[in-house]
Design a binder for this molecule. Structure first.
Ligand SMILES: *[C@@H]1O[C@H](CO)[C@@H](O)[C@H](O)[C@H]1NC(C)=O
Ligand SMILES: *[C@@H]1O[C@H](CO)[C@@H](O)[C@H](O)[C@H]1NC(C)=O
Ligand SMILES: [Zn+2]
Length: 486
């Protein structure tokens, strides 16, 4: 492999996340900077390590980094979401072309070579370097403020995530954790109590909740749940109160100046132990370029009402758990999984024992002519967890067509990176097809928005939680009581 650019100070090695084995050499493992898109990113300054890269790494996957010496610099990963062809409208393609023009106008091309184009910044540019990879991703070197500028210029279906300056710990999910998930899978059987509990999730309550979060009912006044908008603070307060009314103990977790907090809620295990099952969604949202309105009815109001209505049902049934249960509504997802990264790191730092994590992100949309579906991630996450969720779905929500999705990289990735078994539940068995994705028109009252599908997937998230955590009904309450509100 030949590297021809002038004296790079480091190399950015980009490996498919699924190609990275737990046994990678220390010069890689110690220089891991996280997973972006479906790629694992390593920053290597010891060039000898280059020769130890897996054979599958091709030239286009290694970027020479010329980090400018003046001023702190931020590496930013920019990724196009996996979207259905129906979303590649002429308007969208024009948006992408404009963005390209903007990048090019800010730079001069210095390193064209088939797969990788390196654009070098001008004096005034917020970006000092831009690498364009194949496969819909770009790496930019920006000054610290430019990361902000960048995300406001992105085309609709693109996301920017900062690559941390220092390496992050490389924690593959340990075999013991995977074995525990397999054990749950192998012993999985239909349980009438679980069915009775999850079947009580109410579409009507979900409708009330989503109409509040989007302000479709006109009562919350929330125009936007963008993490920087005050509407996201109103949503956070409301969510905390709702979860507390459902019997959970909640706290706000601030993670970055200016961002709305994570809402972290918890039901302690009935008898003290460390096992913890975590389910989540992200309550922040994103609207159309230049518009304040960001209702996020699907992305990710739908995942938020899933975990909220699981909490409501926990309260109604009075069940207690044998493991600790956490329900978390993350913020900062749209800017690069900020909220969940901070929380997953905090948990890893405390040595928390998360035995299972399931993120719900975008549960509501399927094309009007399509059946209700459940998509599980093809790339990021622990396949055994996805298999468990698939088998739970077949038992408790047989109306769902289950398959894989290339849509990727929601908050479960942050837990996957910290070595916790994790997966995501998603609305479709293909790429994203919601025409209101990242759009100011993402309301709940529109064709294709299916609250029955949200309920079906929420039942799966809940039933998986019940099987993994273990639970007890209150004294004297039985199956026959589950149909009515206890
Ligand atoms: C890019 O996409 C091509 C075609 O889908 C695939 O063969 C290749 O492995 C991908 N490269 C990376 C780095 O993911
Ligand atoms: C999961 O479901 C599949 C499909 O029904 C089945 O073949 C498999 O045996 C199940 N796995 C376990 C461990 O029960
Ligand atoms: Zn989302």
């Amino acid at each position: 492999m030949i590297l021809n650019p002038a004296t790079p100070v480091a190399l950015l090695a980009i490996l498919r996340a699924s190609d990275v084995s737990p046994n990678i050499p220390p010069c890689l493992a110690n220089n891991f900077h996280g997973i972006f898109g479906q790629q694992s990113v390593f920053k290597i300054s010891d060039f000898a390590c280059f020769d130890l890269l897996p054979a599958s790494v091709d030239e286009g996957s290694v970027l020479p980094l010329h980090l400018p010496e003046d001023g702190p610099q931020q590496l930013v990963w920019i990724q196009q979401s996996s979207i259905d062809d129906s979303l590649r409208t002429p308007e969208y393609e024009a948006e992408v072309a404009d963005f390209d023009d903007w990048l090019v106008s800010e730079k001069r091309v210095a390193y064209p070579d088939g797969q990788t184009i390196l654009l070098e910044g001008t004096q005034s540019s917020p970006l000092s370097l831009v690498y364009r990879n194949a496969n819909s991703s770009i790496v930019a070197v920006a000054d610290l403020d430019a990361a902000h500028v960048l995300s406001s210029r992105l085309p609709r279906f693109w996301k920017a995530s900062p690559i941390p300056a220092s390496p992050v710990s490389y924690f593959p999910v340990p075999d013991t954790a995977i074995k525990r998930v397999r054990d749950i899978l192998v012993s999985l059987r239909f349980d009438a109590l679980v069915a009775g509990i999850v079947n009580g999730i109410s579409v009507e309550q979900m409708r009330r909740d989503i109409r509040y979060l989007t302000n479709e009912d006109g009562t919350s006044g929330i125009q936007s749940r963008h993490s920087f908008h005050h509407g996201s603070r109103i949503a956070a307060e409301w969510l905390k109160t709702q979860f507390e009314d459902a019997g959970a103990a909640c706290r706000f977790m601030d993670f970055l100046e200016g961002f709305a907090p994570n809402v972290v809620c918890r039901y302690d295990a009935r008898a003290e132990n460390s096992n913890t099952v975590l389910i989540s969604g992200h309550y922040d949202s994103r609207g159309s370029f230049g518009m304040e309105r960001a209702p996020g009815g699907n992305d990710d109001g739908s995942g938020t009402i899933s975990i909220l209505n699981i909490a409501r049902r926990i309260k109604q049934t009075g069940i207690t758990f044998r493991s600790n249960v956490e329900l978390v509504a993350f913020a900062g997802e749209e800017q690069g999984l900020f909220g969940s990264k901070a929380y997953a790191r905090e948990l890893r730092g405390k040595g928390a024992n998360i035995i299972l994590m399931i993120q719900a992100d975008m549960l509501a949309y399927h094309a009007p002519e399509e059946p209700p579906q459940l998509g599980l991630p093809q790339f990021i996450g622990t396949p055994e967890v996805a298999q468990l969720v698939a088998n739970v779905s077949a038992i408790y929500s047989p109306e769902l067509t289950v398959g894989l999705t290339t849509a990727c990289c929601s908050d479960h990735q942050s837990f996957h990176e910290q070595g916790y078994p994790a997966t995501q539940v998603f609305e479709r068995t293909g790429p994203i097809a919601d025409p209101m994705y990242h759009n100011s028109g993402d309301f709940s009252n529109r064709p294709g928005y299916d609250l029955n599908q949200v309920r079906s997937i929420s039942k799966v998230q809940f039933a998986t939680l019940l099987h993994a955590a273990g639970f007890d009904l209150p004294e004297g309450v039985g199956l026959e009581d589950l149909g009515r509100v206890v």
